[in-house]
Design a protein around this ligand. Structure first.
Ligand SMILES: C[S@@+](CC[C@H](N)C(=O)[O-])C[C@H]1O[C@@H](n2cnc3c(N)ncnc32)[C@H](O)[C@@H]1O
Length: 250
């Protein structure tokens, strides 16, 4: 049975892409990634681009923006409804008229709670490859995640998993809203607060946890500010977002 977070996102999936604030938030995350991850700016991404894993890909707002800049992308999400929308977008953008056409798209998502990197690569990622939807990467060059960390109960565990999913030298780049204090709770209207594990992420805590997971070149910085209407205040408020960066030692 779906938990509160899965139930909420299953219910919201079909209308997810029609919320302009959500779309804007992914567009700002996309821009902040392009500015900071050199491998996203290669001229021939299908030849020497990055193999990307996205945690909490949702309907693929960030994934499909990144797609022209990368070699492959596999998204994971715990809400089946989100994955269904992602899959229908992939099917309409890259019609699978032949196995080679669909594998050329090299973007797919799967409904799974990512826990063990080797299990994931051997099972879910391998199954996507067998279906001709992505080439199966040995490990990933980049792990991204947008607006998802605040739903994850055990941050240290997920960062260890991310580390294990990366190739040596691979990078992590995670964006989410910042816990700036009591006002951060307003990021979600009251009816959407169930299933929220934390009201934003904290810079110093993220820096420490990313370092403890084994990453080097760790940097957590403000990436952008998202303007969002707060019902309780009856006005727009700017919510700062952090980008959390690190590199698995080569
Ligand atoms: C706020 S939505 C963001 C979706 C997408 N990244 C976007 O910005 O449009 C959070 C997403 O994280 C997913 N999620 C929550 N916990 C997760 C977990 N532990 N692993 C993977 N996905 C998770 C939810 O199902 C949901 O799709």
């Amino acid at each position: 049975m779906a938990n509160a977070s899965q139930a909420r996102f299953n219910a919201e999936a079909a209308a997810w892409d029609s919320n302009p604030v959500t779309v804007q938030s992914s567009a700002l995350a996309y821009k902040s990634l392009l500015e900071r991850i050199p491998g996203l700016n290669t001229k021939n991404p299908r030849e020497d681009g990055l193999d990307v894993l996205e945690i909490g890909c949702g309907t693929g707002l960030l994934s499909f923006s990144l797609h022209p800049h990368i070699r492959s992308l596999i998204g994971v999400d715990t809400a089946a409804g989100m994955i269904d929308v992602f899959a229908s977008k992939a099917a309409s953008r890259f019609p699978a008229t032949s196995a080679s056409a669909s594998s050329a798209a090299n973007i797919a998502a799967v409904n799974v709670l990512l826990a063990d990197p080797d299990d994931f690569l051997l099972q879910e990622a391998a199954a996507l490859a067998r279906q001709g939807r992505v080439e199966r990467p040995a490990r990933f060059d980049l792990v991204v995640s947008h607006l998802t960390l605040h739903h994850i109960p055990d941050m240290a565990a997920v960062l260890k998993t991310v580390f294990g999913c990366l190739k040596p030298g691979g990078r992590v780049a995670l964006t989410d809203f910042e816990d700036t204090g009591p006002e951060a709770v307003y990021f979600h209207p009251e009816e959407k607060r169930e299933g929220v594990e934390r009201h934003g992420i904290k810079s110093e805590e993220m820096e420490r946890l990313i370092g403890e997971a084994g990453f080097e070149d760790v940097k957590v910085e403000r990436a952008f500010v998202l303007e969002k209407f707060v019902e309780e205040e009856g006005r727009e408020r700017g919510f700062p977002f952090l980008i959390c960066l690190g590199r698995r030692p080569a």
